[in-house]
Design a protein around this ligand. Structure first.
Ligand SMILES: Nc1nc2c(c(=O)[nH]1)N[C@H]1C(S)=C(S)[C@@H](COP(=O)(O)OP(=O)(O)OC[C@H]3O[C@@H](n4cnc5c(=O)[nH]c(N)nc54)[C@H](O)[C@@H]3O)O[C@H]1N2
Ligand SMILES: Nc1nc2c(c(=O)[nH]1)N[C@H]1C(S)=C(S)[C@@H](COP(=O)(O)OP(=O)(O)OC[C@H]3O[C@@H](n4cnc5c(=O)[nH]c(N)nc54)[C@H](O)[C@@H]3O)O[C@H]1N2
Ligand code: SF4
Ligand SMILES: [Mo]
Length: 740
């Protein structure tokens, strides 16, 4: 057995902390420090440290399961795969390809996400594929594409943060959601920079801030507009920058001028002096940044909200300049890469658009299929889940647990139960897997190789450190086997290699020339360079004209070539194969975007004219309180993995309702008493956690648990019109003490 440590990355969040794994005598693996990885320099949170616990027998799935007489029983791989092929195949024959749905996840490696998108389109022939990232950063992605022509979470590395002058963190609780990243913000403050946190709760992150604004949930759009109003009123607009590098200022300015500070104070609950102080702290230093996370994004107006924050950056000349800019803190392990390579309803690999004829031609050629055979765009995640049992009769689900994590979860659970056929690939028996007809046990991070792209746009190699137990296969092997069974004579399985590097080589070609160009990246480079930032075109990458800004159907190769520093706009379609990345002309990757130009056709950023609008469900007499939801440090997402780790469960054993003492007193509830939270969609019960750190008009619940305390029983699936993001962060509820 190899005794040496394998450098790799954490299975959980988008920070993708580096860690070393050392095999143990018992076949397990120990996490040890990996100080050479620059993002976390050895630091890990409790989830990363304890991740090997989920590799253990007794915790994970070790055999395929099939439903027999109403219960799930162990079965052979052949039987399980045959059942899936039969379930999907019959649905396709009887109801057409779009009756088969596919649901993926931002935890999947690039190779898996790429293969899943390809599998849906060429094996099943369905347009009905989307993934949980729609619930995550889709609003920021949509706003970034509108304004900058390109969506990459952070346009700069985290190492730039300590060197800027001021950071506004909007709705991010990174002290709990990415603890090792806190270091960058402490260093910022040590260097004299200012940190402003905007959150309805005084979180552990807000406690670190120089200024904490606590707006009413769902009002960040008005807040940003009020700040922009003050920027104009106080003569702080960077006119030269606006003139040179942007378009659309006049309209955006007019919209902001309609949002008087006093009006904004009434909407948000943030006082005019606090608004003024924010503008002062943000505008005084030479450089400043705005970073958003799920707080302002998971709203039915998340795209406009992020747009308003970007407008603030643009008006003050704080985008596309060193040490300044707007960024989104992506969430899942491969939240960034997972949204680039084709598991999204409207997308092809390389962040290409499915309805762009040139993109279809390029990808169809790599896949060896007729472009006309590729289906068009499908439904977004919530709409897809809502159609289960009606238009969509069978579902293949990989790396998500919607029974816990989808909005209006009781309804979605009922939709899932009404399916003719459900197949789930997972590492554990999640609440959603429990409802499946077939469950396939798959390999985990430490047992397989693959790439992820972290929140900075840095592509990383996760490496296999141990051998998976007998009876476990990888998601790639599952797709290969299903392609063989469903493709019949066509031999489609040849398009689904089981070796991740082989998949990555194909992904390079499929992404070549697209906005998220990985063609210059190789596994070898990822090891040698500790990751490479995209875009990273191969020196002679194929260019068929399908590259371009993401908001444009027209080919706009020029903008991305300049952006990525590619020096040969007349690249030859003959040289389709990427080079091995070892010659002298290797592209260094792109840690910092937009410094010379934005990825729009004219190179200028675009202001978007936006105006305040209310949350989809305003409180009223019957439901007078706003519920917002989020995370705690010791649990991850639906909790499917972390609820199985003792140390994490001891730290965060169950759900709770955070509420202000004034609200608690009105209910007659004491600390720890069960309280019921009731919305138009259902009722959840959890112990009260009383704190002055939350607004009296708001309650907060973490969403990591199923059952009685499931926060998503309550949440509102009102969707953002552009990103189709549900409003996880604000819905109207009534809170009651539960009589025992
Ligand atoms: N421990 C842990 N870490 C994680 C995860 C996890 O599940 N657990 N998940 C990962 C993933 S996928 C993601 S997406 C990230 C999410 O990372 P974050 O966005 O930091 O996490 P959340 O707790 O969802 O939301 C952040 C904050 O938004 C605040 N908020 C609520 N409503 C509003 C509002 O209307 N406006 C504003 N400004 N703020 C509001 C909440 O009070 C909360 O403190 O975390 C990643 N890291
Ligand atoms: N109320 C409320 N709800 C929310 C949010 C919120 O803030 N509030 N946040 C939303 C956000 S940002 C997100 S990202 C979603 C996340 O919610 P989910 O999509 O449910 O995410 P996870 O719980 O991470 O589920 C991943 C599942 O895949 C399994 N898995 C892990 N790795 C692999 C793999 O490589 N292959 C396969 N086949 N399976 C794997 C895990 O065991 C787990 O069961 O929740 C959303 N829901
Ligand atoms: S911060 Fe994220 S990547 Fe780092 S150890 Fe924790 S969960 Fe893993
Ligand atoms: Mo997320």
């Amino acid at each position: 057995m190899p005794n040496s440590a394998t450098p790799t990355h954490c299975p959980y969040c988008a920070l993708q902390c580096g860690m070393n794994l050392t095999p143990q005598q018992d076949g397990g693996v120990a996490v040890v420090e990996r100080p050479d990885f620059p993002v976390n320099k050895g630091a890990l949170c409790g989830k990363g440290r304890t991740a090997p616990a989920v590799l253990a027998q007794g915790v994970r799935l070790t055999s395929p399961l099939v439903r027999s007489g109403g219960t799930l029983v162990p079965a052979s791989w052949d039987e399980a795969l045959d059942r899936i092929a039969e379930g999907l195949g019959r649905t396709r024959t009887e109801h057409g390809p779009d009756a088969c749905g596919v649901f993926g996840g931002g935890g999947l490696t690039n190779e898996k996400a790429y293969s899943l998108g390809k599998f849906a389109r060429i094996v099943l022939g369905t347009s009905q594929i989307d993934y949980n990232g729609r619930f995550c950063m889709s609003s920021a992605a949509a706003a970034g594409i509108k304004a900058f022509g390109l969506d990459r979470g952070l346009p700069f590395p985290l190492e730039d943060i300590p060197k800027t002058g001021c950071v506004i963190l909007v709705g991010s609780n990174l002290a709990e959601t990415m603890p090792p990243s806190l270091r960058y913000f402490s260093e910022l403050r040590e260097n004299g920079g200012k940190l402003i946190v905007i959150d309805p709760r005084r979180t552990r992150t807000a406690e670190q801030a120089d200024l904490h604004l606590a707006p009413r949930p769902g009002t960040d759009l008005a807040l940003a507009l009020g700040l922009l109003h003050l920027v104009v009123a106080e003569g702080r607009v960077d006119e030269e920058y606006v003139q040179e590098r942007t378009v659309g200022w006049e309209e955006a300015r007019a919209a902001a001028m309609a949002h008087w500070p006093e009006y904004v104070e009434r909407i948000t609950g943030v006082s005019v002096p606090q608004l003024r102080e924010t503008v002062q702290l943000f505008c005084e230093p030479e450089h400043a940044m705005v970073l958003t996370a799920r707080g302002p994004e998971q709203q039915s107006k998340g795209t406009d909200t992020v747009g308003a924050w970007i407008n603030l950056c643009l008006a003050t000349g704080r985008a596309g300049r060193p040490l300044s800019g707007y960024g989104c803190l992506t969430g899942q392990g491969n939240g960034q890469g997972g949204r680039e390579h084709g598991q999204k309803a409207d997308q092809l690999p390389g962040y290409r658009k499915l309805d762009d004829p040139a993109a279809r031609r390029h990808v169809a050629e790599v896949w060896g299929v007729d472009p006309d055979s590729l289906p068009g765009p499908g439904r977004s995640a919530y709409e897809l889940l809502d159609a289960l049992g009606t238009d969509i009769r069978a579902l293949l689900l990989m790396a998500s647990n919607p029974v816990v994590s989808a909005p209006r979860a009781a309804h979605i659970e009922e939709r899932i139960r009404s399916l003719d056929f459900l197949a789930v690939c997972d590492v554990v028996l999640s609440e959603t897997a429990e409802l499946a007809d077939v469950v396939l046990p798959v390999t985990q991070w430490a047992e397989e190789t693959g790439t992820t792209t972290n929140l900075e746009g840095r592509v990383l190699l996760r490496r296999r450190a141990i051998t998976p137990p007998e009876g476990i296969r990888s998601d790639l092997e599952v797709m290969h086997e299903l392609a063989a069974r469903l493709g019949g004579e066509k031999g489609l399985e040849k398009g689904f290699p089981t070796d991740p590097e082989e998949v990555f080589e194909e992904l390079r070609r499929a992404s070549a020339g697209g906005p998220a160009d990985y063609s210059g990246i190789t596994y070898r480079r990822l090891v040698e360079e500790n990751g490479v930032f995209w875009p990273c075109p191969a020196p002679a990458a194929v260019h068929d004209g399908s590259a371009g800004s993401q908001d444009s159907q027209d080919s706009e190769d020029a903008s991305l070539d300049a952006l990525a520093g590619a020096d040969d706009p007349t690249r030859d379609a003959e040289t389709d194969a990427p080079t091995d990345g070892t010659d002298d002309a290797v592209h260094p990757g792109t840690p910092r975007l937009f410094l010379d130009r934005f990825a729009t056709p004219d190179g200028r950023a675009r202001f978007v004219p936006v105006s305040h609008r209310a949350v989809a469900e305003e409180p009223d007499d019957e439901y007078p309180v706003l519920l917002t939801t989020g995370r705690v440090v010791a649990q991850y997402q639906s909790g499917a993995q972390t609820r199985r780790v003792d140390e994490l469960n001891n730290a965060a054993p169950g759900p709770f309702v955070e509420l202000h003492p004034r609200l608690a007193a009105r209910l007659g509830a004491a600390e720890g008493d069960p309280v019921a939270v009731i919305s138009r969609r259902g009722r959840a019960v959890a112990p009260a956690r009383i704190t002055t750190g939350i607004r009296p008009d708001t309650v907060f619940m973490p969403f990591h648990w199923p059952g009685e305390g499931r926060a998503n029983t309550l949440t509102n699936p009102a969707l953002d019109p552009t990103s189709r993001m549900p409003e996880f962060k604000a819905c109207a509820v009534r809170v009651e003490a539960v009589k025992s």
